[in-house]
Design a binder for this molecule. Sequence first.
Ligand SMILES: Cc1cc2nc3c(=O)[nH]c(=O)nc-3n(C[C@H](O)[C@H](O)[C@H](O)COP(=O)(O)O)c2cc1C
Length: 450
Amino acid sequence: MLARTDYLTKVYSLGHSLDVYERHVQGYQAARKVLLTMTREQVVEEAKKANIRGRGGAGFPMGIKWSFMRPHPTKPAYLVINADEGEPGTHKDRTLMELNPHSIVEGCIIGCYAIGANVAYIYVRDELHLSKERLWGAIREARAKGYLGKTPFGKNFPVEVYVHTGAGAYICGEETSLLNSLEGRRGEPRLKPPFPAQAGAFGCPTTVNNLETIATVPAAFMLGCENYSKLSALHHIGDGGVRLYGINGHVKKPCVVELACGPTINELIYDIGGGILGDKPLLCVIPGGSSTPLLRADEVVNAPDEKSPMHAWHGKNVMDVPLGVDTMRNVGTMLGTCCVTVMAEGTDPVLAMLNLMQFYHHESCGQCTPCREGSAWLDRTVQKLYDGNGTIEDIDLLADIANNIMGNTICAFGEGTAMPALGFLKKFKREFEEYATGARTKAQARLTVD
Ligand SMILES: Cc1cc2nc3c(=O)[nH]c(=O)nc-3n(C[C@H](O)[C@H](O)[C@H](O)COP(=O)(O)O)c2cc1C
């Protein structure tokens, strides 16, 4: 049975006030220690030892990202926290904002100090009213106690944290669109380079961290970053600490749970999620929200080469591989937001793909032609097949469109659309062909479990 950890979640049932945070998890002790006893460089070096892989989707190591920030002779630096969380099936950051907002504020203080910023902006989508209220409440409490402001903990290093609301567009979760939106511009991605560390918010050096990434920081510094990293079953491959796992879809108990990094999908579904609805067999999962290629329940890891990083799992079912940034990449998918979307047998994969393509078509910002036109074509062509008007050639057309989006857009929205599309087409070829030949019709199609 998987053991739950409670470095982030201990205060959930106790309350979200400063008092609870200080009394029950030694809140703000890590920030106090960092500001009063460490140099900026020491903080960054220590942070690297935590092996915190960014929790926003790409899994980039947080400590290394902080180390890219260099003091600029004339420009200020900024810390920007990404709490847009628009990915379907992803709901972990919201839980943290509502139930443990002080971990975020404390993480911002340490993060600002590490990168030399005096201001942190937390970018939250506007409809998350409770999240905004709790964050502002925590900021006010921390300010009143002297943990924010001109001299936090008596240190001459001003830190202010602000909540900035976004209008609720999935593309504004992409870090450079977010920066445009923060500046009051249209939420469209920027060309990189320059990367945010060189020219981010208002043209100044900026670090963009996911909300869970920053909320993890106080626990790591309290425990000692190396100790924190070792909590993970994947510490040896540079994926450290604990993280929030989301389980959605056809499970009996959809939830967000904190675990040491490295549970398997089977453990999440059966130990934590209570098993599949109606005790049906598992059909497939999307490991990270909706933007990553899916894994079928009958897939087996093929890594006969002893030098392969996946050799340890050769011959095992893919659902028994630990969920980690690199392990998932090695089985042809991505960990993404680490919120697993579960589909039971009986789910119609063509309808599931249609559902996703409608989302991506609607959310494409339209800046790049392959994404704007491609997402529309994907949506229309799956719809055509689903309606019974498609042909076998349409299946090849879908793959062709998706392949033409991959690598041809300014931001990773394009891949986020194309990768799940290609996954569905490859792993459920038979079902797509059945729609094309009329052997399957939408009359029987289900996305729910009876
Ligand atoms: C279309 C799109 C949407 C994204 N949405 C989010 C989001 O809601 N939250 C988030 O933290 N990262 C999101 N990302 C990833 C960010 O661009 C960025 O990698 C992340 O905020 C960096 O934080 P991390 O290194 O702590 O993970 C998105 C990326 C893309 C391409």
